[in-house]
Design a protein around this ligand. Structure first.
Ligand SMILES: [Zn+2]
Length: 445
């Protein structure tokens, strides 16, 4: 059986992931993502109404025109998890394929919202829910399987396409976490079994491939957060925290520790409401009954007014703006645009790292400066990454023993650490270690 892999997007950047695998006459697409930084760099762009081709020209979504060079039928579109760089182009591209979107429950809930928000195209692809551990037939001779992985969002899986030539393992995005705060540990046992049966190709998340050592577990971030928050127990002014709205495990920890230190947690900002609301709806998490979430600007401002009236020392706002996004809640607080007044000595916890990208770095710097000018004290980087570092990559290669490896989710510089470590494991560039770029097709069999 002929096996081809089209590396469509996310092979020259972190963002707009898309990969297609052709096994005989059947094709499966993994991820259809958005590169948000290519959108944010323009002022006030509304992507909802934009045409796919304009977004492709901006480098914001994958250029899927190369799909016409693959000789077969698309059987499924499979987003691995709910981050925008993996699902953010579904509204723009999925309607071009007569195939269902197959995803885990939380991811599918977010895909539904993407499709609802889409203002240019009508997306009528069937939506099929499949849990980790589930399988489905792809054509007559292949099978799709979901293996549970741990990442900074709930419901992350690695999809496997079992073909007569061996398994294709699509390894984006994950870290190896045996003690996640929400959800199950990574299913390394299943990866080892698949490795024993024979892996033809492993496509790997290289986000942190240049970092030595091991990515810590989410429980480490939870301990760190508990330590930071308990140190503030006696402070009688304002404490504000920000994190990735989709990072439900972290939001859960923030809510819990807020109550431990005698403050009422409250989620503020559009994406806080969106992601936490979706997690509650599908039963991935149970928040306290009285936890308030507000998304719309007016209701957020009303909540801020209530906090100011009843005393800042009684509340713990968890807000958007961890990357210093200009329109997010924390940045607005820094600019003094909300009814919440920051006083000298008030605490701001960034439970997030800076995504290493010049736009983010600049915006985050500005946001912190604005907060400091109001007197705020910053607690930075109370966080662990959701991506494997080098020791995790060694572990995965050891478990899977793939014949071919394709690094992904980085640019050329970002791949270098992975190329080095794969070479140490006996892989050779150009022979069984394939560095690709966007718009390539690799023929493996
Ligand atoms: Zn991700």
């Amino acid at each position: 059986m002929e096996i081809e892999i089209a590396t469509i997007g996310g092979y020259e950047e972190v963002g707009r992931q898309m990969t297609a695998v052709r096994a005989g006459d059947d094709i499966v697409i993994f991820d259809m993502g958005l590169n948000l930084s290519k959108v944010l760099i323009h002022d006030d762009i509304q992507t909802e109404r934009m045409h796919s081709l304009d977004l492709i020209d901006m480098g914001a979504i994958p250029d899927d025109r190369i799909m016409s060079e693959l000789d077969g039928d698309v059987r499924a579109i499979v987003p691995t998890h709910g981050h925008l760089d993996h699902i953010g182009a579904i509204g723009k591209l999925a309607h071009r394929y007569d195939a269902p979107v197959v995803a885990s429950p939380y991811t599918l809930e977010l895909v539904r919202e993407e499709i609802d928000d889409e203002g240019k195209f009508t997306v009528e692809n069937e939506l099929i829910e499949m849990d980790a551990g589930g399988t489905m037939a792809v054509g007559d001779r292949c099978q799709l399987e979901f293996v549970n992985v741990t990442h900074s969002v709930v419901g992350a899986i690695n999809p496997i396409l079992h073909t007569p030539e061996g398994a294709i393992v699509y390894g984006l995005d994950k870290r190896i976490d045996h003690t996640p705060v929400v959800g199950d540990p990574i299913d390394l046992k299943r990866f080892r079994e698949i490795g024993r049966d024979g892996v033809l190709c492993y496509i790997e998340d290289c986000t942190n491939a240049n970092r030595k050592g091991r990515t810590p577990s989410e429980s480490v971030a939870r301990n760190q957060l508990q330590d930071v928050m308990h140190s503030m127990e006696d402070y009688d002014g304002g404490i504000v925290a920000t994190t990735f709205a989709s990072h439900i495990a972290r939001v859960t920890s923030l809510v819990e520790f807020a109550e431990e230190i005698g403050r009422e947690p409250i989620l503020l900002g559009r994406s806080m409401e969106k992601y936490s609301g979706a997690a509650e709806r599908i039963g991935a998490v149970t928040f306290p009954n009285d936890l308030d979430m507000y998304g719309h600007r007016k209701s957020v401002d009303r909540a801020f007014k209530r906090i100011m009236n009843e005393g800042k020392e009684n509340f713990f706002p968890i807000v958007t703006g961890h990357q210093g996004e200009p329109r997010a809640m924390l940045t607005r607080m820094g600019r003094g645009e909300t009814p919440y007044d920051l006083d000298n000595g008030d605490k701001v916890i960034f439970s997030a790292g800076i995504i290493p990208e010049p736009t983010n770095e600049g915006q985050r710097y500005q946001s912190e400066q604005l907060l400091r000018m109001q007197g705020a004290r910053i607690y930075d980087d109370v966080h662990v990454s959701g991506h494997l570092r080098q020791e995790g990559h060694y572990e995965m290669l050891d478990a899977l023993q793939p014949q071919h490896v394709i690094p992904s989710h980085q640019d050329m510089q970002g791949y270098s650490g992975y190329i080095d470590l794969a070479a140490k494991q006996g892989y050779k560039l150009g022979r069984d270690l394939h560095v690709s770029s966007n718009g390539n097709i690799l023929q493996l069999v």
